[in-house]
Design a protein around this ligand. Structure first.
Ligand SMILES: [Zn+2]
Length: 370
């Protein structure tokens, strides 16, 4: 099976040859794998991109284009927004257009390439990230166009989202992440969605995997999980959605779902004719004890990871900042030590822990999905 909408091999090769993808910089990154309780996690020390503070990300989310100091990796010229595509990008071959969600989107390969053929798809319009039915439809459209690629969206709330909340975008590519290899720990049924298989993935974050050959049924089931989660509270394990008990998710005319603390990080892939969607349940509640986030790496792990746990790390690939080389030397940490700390980082981001209380709480949520 090959990617069918256009020749991604050719587009990728061309992007590398023109140095839009910074092949030389990427070659300097340090990468290894560490065997953990969650399988073999993938670790990269990224030497070509600066670290961002979660509070700065939240601040940037509300800024209009014009406020970015982002330097275009292709041209060296400042851009108002790192993800706004221009006609010039299309004309010079830096970007292409793809039809998803009934719109024309842009697509290019990430200059930083965290993994093989790391591509970004972005709405032509500058508008904020939103995880909802429309986003799920776009993700499913993408894998129909490019069945060889996975595609995922960062969550759409600060702390649990990615580094760019202000421009609607996805990340995809040709890479097998550790989460994809993680088995289903248990299955459960949703009575209103009988044609969709649902299971809990054995993974440090709390991930529900949906599978179906029926695309529309899968999208309906995903919306059901999201809407249920958005208003879900379980104080016994620290989950506070910001909605009162019994509240229904607020959905506007265009299908956008209002969220306070709870959202999901969705990832979609296609296996033959079957669509597979992983939904990582996220909650960005903070507390006096954990002012950067309860389900965020806690302070004792900040020497390794302080940034938001975004889509790529959710899937088990750590992107660590250059300072890690010094941290490892100062603290006498081996690479496997860092890999095991990354496993703890992911455990902190899980809303339902893998202890008795967490397992029982996850089962209560499964029951709420009915
Ligand atoms: Zn933009």
């Amino acid at each position: 099976m090959t990617n069918s909408y256009f020749d991604t091999d050719g587009f990728y090769r061309d992007s590398c040859e023109r140095n839009y993808v910074k092949v030389d910089d990427i070659a300097r990154n340090i990468a290894w794998t560490t065997d953990t309780d969650w399988g073999e996690l993938q670790i990269t020390i990224n030497l070509s991109k600066p670290e961002k503070d979660p509070r700065a990300i939240a601040e940037a989310a509300s800024k209009a284009p014009g406020a970015s100091d982002y330097i275009d990796p292709a041209t060296g010229v400042a851009r108002p927004c790192p993800l706004c595509v221009t006609e010039a990008d299309i004309a010079c071959g830096y970007a292409r257009t793809i039809p998803i969600g009934g719109e024309t989107w842009g697509m290019w390969y990430s200059p930083y390439a965290y993994y093989n053929e790391h591509c970004i798809a972005m709405s032509w319009e500058h508008r904020p990230m939103h995880v909802d039915r429309t986003a799920f439809a776009c993700l499913l459209d993408f894998v129909d166009l490019f069945p060889d690629y996975f595609i995922g969206s960062n969550a759409d709330l600060p702390i649990v989202g990615g580094s760019i909340l202000g421009h609607d975008h996805f990340q995809g590519g040709r890479h097998t992440f550790p989460m994809e290899l993680a088995p289903i720990a248990e299955t459960f049924g949703m009575s209103a969605h009988p044609s969709v298989e649902a299971g809990v993935v054995r993974w440090p974050l709390s991930v529900i995997r949906l599978r179906s050959a029926d695309r529309a049924a899968l999208a309906d089931a995903a919306v059901h999980v999201l809407e249920t989660w958005v208003t879900y509270n379980d104080p016994s394990v620290g989950i506070f959605s910001g909605f009162d008990g019994g509240a229904r998710a607020q959905v506007d005319a265009s299908g956008h779902i209002e969220k306070v603390h709870n959202t999901v990080t969705p990832i979609v892939r296609k296996r033959g004719s079957v669509y597979e969607m992983d939904l990582a349940l996220r909650c960005n509640i903070t507390s006096d004890e954990h002012p950067l986030g309860v389900f965020h790496p806690h302070e004792e792990l900040h020497h390794v990871k302080k940034e938001n746990i975004g889509l790529i790390e959710v899937m088990g690939l750590a992107i660590l900042p250059p300072r890690l080389r010094q941290v490892m030397e100062d603290r006498g940490l081996s690479r496997d030590d860092v890999g095991r700390i990354f496993a703890q980082v992911l455990e902190h981001a899980g809303v339902f822990k893998w202890d008795d209380a967490g397992r029982a709480a996850f089962r209560r949520f499964e029951q709420a999905l009915g």
